[in-house]
Design a binder for this molecule. Sequence first.
Ligand code: 26W
Length: 824
Amino acid sequence: LWKEFETPEPAEIAAIQKSFLRHVTKTFARTAFNMDNFASYQGTAYSLRDRLIDKWNITQQHHTREDPKRVYYLSLEFLLGRSLDSCLLSLGVKDIYKKALDELGFRLEDLIGEEVDAALGNGGLGRLAACYMDSLATLDYPAWGYGIRYNYGIFKQLIVDGYQTEFPDYWLNFGNPWEIERLDVSYEVRFRGYVNKVTEEDGTISYVWEGGEKVVAVAYDVPIPGYGTMNTINIRLWSAKPAREFDFAMFNDGNYDKAVEEQKSAENITSVLYPNDNHMVGKILRLKQQYLFVCATLQDAIRRFKKTNRPWSDFPYQVSIQLNDTHPTLGIPELQRILIDEEGLSWDDAWDIVTKTFSFTNHTVLPEALERWAVPLVQDLLPRHMMIIFDINLFFLQKVEKKFPGDRDRLRRMSIIEEGHPQNVRMAFLAIVGSHTVNGVAELHSNLIKNVIFTDFVEYYEGNKFTNVTNGITPRRWLHQCNPALSDFITQKLGSDSWVKDLEQLKKLKEFVDDPAVQKQWMAIKRQNKVRLADYIHSITSIQVSPDSLFDIQVKRIHEYKRQFMNILGVIHRYLRLKKMTPEQKAKEVPRLVVFAGKSAPGYFIAKLVIKLINSVGEVINNDPEIGDVLKVVFIPNYNVSLAEIIIPASDISQHISTAGTEASGTSNMKFVLNGGIILGTVDGANIEIGEEIGEDNIFFFGVKADEVEDIRHLNRYRKIEMDPDLRNVLDAIEKGTFGDPKIFEPLVATLTVGGDYYLISKDFASYIEAQADADEAYKDKVGWAKKSILCTAGMSKFSSDRSINEYAEKIWKIKPCSVPATL
Ligand code: 26W
């Protein structure tokens, strides 16, 4: 099916036009007179949706017939971005659609630009889930993604007077062509209520969870087509609706107001994505989201399993459930509850099934990001689950005690319940105990979770549960789609486009590294992409930037550990240096454009001040006539997936400069390097493995190593280290008011002075500045730089999400591809 249109026939073009026009005129009731770009986007999307649904139905029927083991990827976030372009490419129909629309007077590029991003995620974790869906589909795995259909995705960021301001992202305003509403697929979800203890005639005790409030979770399906294959998988997103009947138990208890109010608030549950990245906020609505999500998902998976009439003992051999961080961890006590309370299994048989079914990926070591839920909160919302969690903990600690007799401190450290006022449930511990495998997302990170945060568990399980699967990115979106010029050139040089599905092929680019014609063409493409970004920057900010400057880019969530603050301090340092130069000296400098983009959590005061500082510094530098093009600083507002697709292909250098040991992996680092951009970064996360693959000559590393951080922090706490003198100068400039009212920035500067510089900006500052100088020097050598850039792309095979997914499938999920024939 997907190659149907390789050599388009006029009849096929006509068929596309017919389906397009049918949707524009019938589905959207437009006429030729008001067929604007948006209506045409909708018509195109709906025409494509028809094809998607065909493939998707064939896939589902095939899977039902074959009944392979399936993987369920549970994620509270899916950061999909736009779908039109990626669908056209996956289905192999982009050229013919382009032609068909062209004849009707529409430019496909314009229509692609009409789509609003599906932004149901914060950053790395959500985008990783999206890349993994693309690979699962492309590699023919029988997989399901499960998530929440938030009515509001990550907020829209506007910059007002240099400050971030947030606006709601009501992305469903004009409908969503990429989802299929499934009113027939819905499940009841209970909250609160009470637990009845029932003693059977034979003396066995069972528990029944009753009362409380019920809501219904309704399914919305988002088909994900594999690239160049029939397999089209599904992301099932849940939306909360009020249950039809309301709770008479509560009504009769005299709790009328509450019953009605709960009824009304059902829809609130899936209303908004929590905008915190790497920071836990213990809001009850968030806990409700988590439970509604796992409750509906497990009912759906169990319904599918039961269709085959297998015994429960088969469950772990038919179903693998991956927890994307701890956010869906309530699935563990929920499955245990279903098995013992509803299916009548013994505790041990049930627990055996649970622990053979779940696996858990940890994405962060930051203590403030580790989920802990107050026991009274869980008790109130999910009384039966709280009992089960206490029991899981009791049985677990009994085994720990048996293995390490008398070691009471160990029991305290390993308890799923953290003592305190109130007590807390440590969700990561629950996820570890309830899973067969726990993985980190890059080698260093996986070692840190073993040796620093979960050491006791490694000892207890004798190392058997913990492993690494280094993250990856889909080369479809992050090279083939976002950088068509480079993609075409690579295909031309390699003589085939098979690299799109087999990134190992890129290694063959190394043969061309010394070819001057290739170097020239390679850098010409980079320049084109820089012009595209420069135009975008101008259209949004009115700032003129030169495509001949070195494009130095840092785009990611704004967070202290990611150190955008250090970047802008480095920019100030450069500015002060330039200000001391004669015009002749300045003329010898490599002109630089420093680009920032990223959102701060709305309540993250310090991160928001960093945004303000970047904008204030930009204001001064960009308007300083003595500086001109030698230095420009731009903050691009509202970073999202579709903006990343413009920014990433345009980088010469990208910065990934987290304090060593804090960035679990990073995935944008991979995207930049795949597009021939060079990393300037710390020895952290996946930077390390990227360096190993592409060669240390092709990456600018700086800064202290992860194992040095603790000692330096200790010294910092007692102010045993003098501040770096260059950094001191930079802070002096801020404090003198060079970038506006210094009072504004006092709390920010204080993080480095009185605050103990937790993220080691001062310690790393000198080596950071040195790395930047090395980059300037290297950039002057045009041929040398072109070689580096080619070797970057050529060395990135490992970081395809296809490799990651194959590793998960073989090592953790034990699933096999199940390729879908073109017709049934
Ligand atoms: C509960 C609040 C909360 C929300 C989101 C805590 C933690 C998260 C995410 C796990 C944060 C996140 O996205 N982590 C990133 O995951 C990426 C994919 O593995 C990694 O590449 C990044 O290094 C990591 O920061």
